[in-house]
Ligand binder design. Structure first.
Ligand code: AMP
Ligand code: MN
Ligand code: MN
Ligand code: MN
Length: 278
């Protein structure tokens, strides 16, 4: 079986419109798909319709930006009701902050000699209400400033670099409450990306579980097999189910997906089985 419980469309920083993303997932043999755009639900209706036509089981999803102990982490919500008012209001507030952040990023880049970055990044954003660091990165590649998106992040968009600005996203408790209030389940995304020392990661898992979190993303392109095994064991230890997703953004930029093989390390319990999604 192939599933994908984490991917992006032009509603956030993916490059395929929802219909094309679903078509690509269907062509790759995906049986169960969730669209999980950053802080935005606008791609869901079109994706759901396309999935229905293609015979792919579909979950409405979202990837919420969270600040936990001064660092950014991501919480995926799956099976949410896109009409839920509290979730909608929370995400609208995040998008407002995101726009203000984009202005400050552009100012930082201008100080480093890169002009007009806000307008340029907005052109790359299929959804004007959602400008991501990825859109700035694609602009700088287009302008020949860097060779690829990865190098732009390294040179311009991470902490200590000219286009980076500290930003406060949602609180962990709020993000999980919005997801659960909308009838969804909360998944802590790509734990391998946070570079927490073991103690901090364990505190995060304990707090996430206490807040009502349901699962840990065990299979992700951010994790090698050893990490997947470690996160599978941690999920069990903290009473969390295991999730899997490609974090697909673009056919060239992304190493995986859409679609991953639904194999998990031994003893991790799959979220999609427990939830009866397959
Ligand atoms: P933002 O939410 O606007 O801060 O952007 C975060 C997004 O940037 C992530 O979801 C990834 O798609 C992308 N990203 C973050 N770090 C990197 C990196 N080192 N290389 C490439 N893309 C990255
Ligand atoms: Mn992204
Ligand atoms: Mn993420
Ligand atoms: Mn993602």
């Amino acid at each position: 079986m192939r599933i994908d419980l984490h991917c992006h469309s032009t509603a956030s920083d993916g490059t395929l419109p929802p219909e094309q993303l679903v078509a690509r997932a269907a062509a790759a043999g995906v049986d169960l798909l969730a669209l999980t755009d950053h802080d935005d639900l606008s791609g869901l209706p079109a994706a759901r319709r396309a999935a229905q036509r293609a015979g792919v089981a579909f979950l409405d999803g979202v990837e919420i930006s969270v600040t936990w102990r001064e660092r950014t982490i991501h919480v995926v919500g799956l099976g949410i009701d896109p009409q839920d008012a509290a979730l909608g209001a929370g995400l609208a507030a995040l998008r407002y902050g995101r726009s203000r952040r984009a202005e400050r990023m552009a100012a930082g880049l201008a100080a480093a000699g890169i002009d007009g970055a806000l307008e340029g990044a907005a052109r790359y954003a299929g959804n004007r209400g959602l400008v991501s660091r990825t859109h700035f990165a694609r602009l700088l590649v287009e302008r020949g400033v860097c060779r690829d998106v990865r190098s732009v992040f390294k040179r311009y968009l991470v902490e200590g670099r000219p286009g980076y600005v500290p930003h406060r996203w949602a609180d962990l408790e709020h993000a999980v409450a919005w997801i659960r209030g909308a009838g969804g389940v909360a998944v802590l995304a790509h734990p391998g990306r946070y570079r927490y020392a073991s103690g901090a990661l364990r505190r995060l898992l304990a707090e996430f579980k206490a807040a009502g979190g349901a699962a840990l993303e065990v299979v992700s392109p951010s994790h090698g097999p050893a990490q997947a095994a470690r996160f599978g064991a941690l999920a069990r230890e903290f009473g969390l189910l295991a999730s899997a997703g490609s974090d697909f953004h673009d056919p060239v930029e992304s190493v995986l997906g859409p679609g991953v093989r639904a194999a998990l390390p031994a003893r991790a319990e799959p979220l999609w089985v427990r939830m009866g999604w397959v």
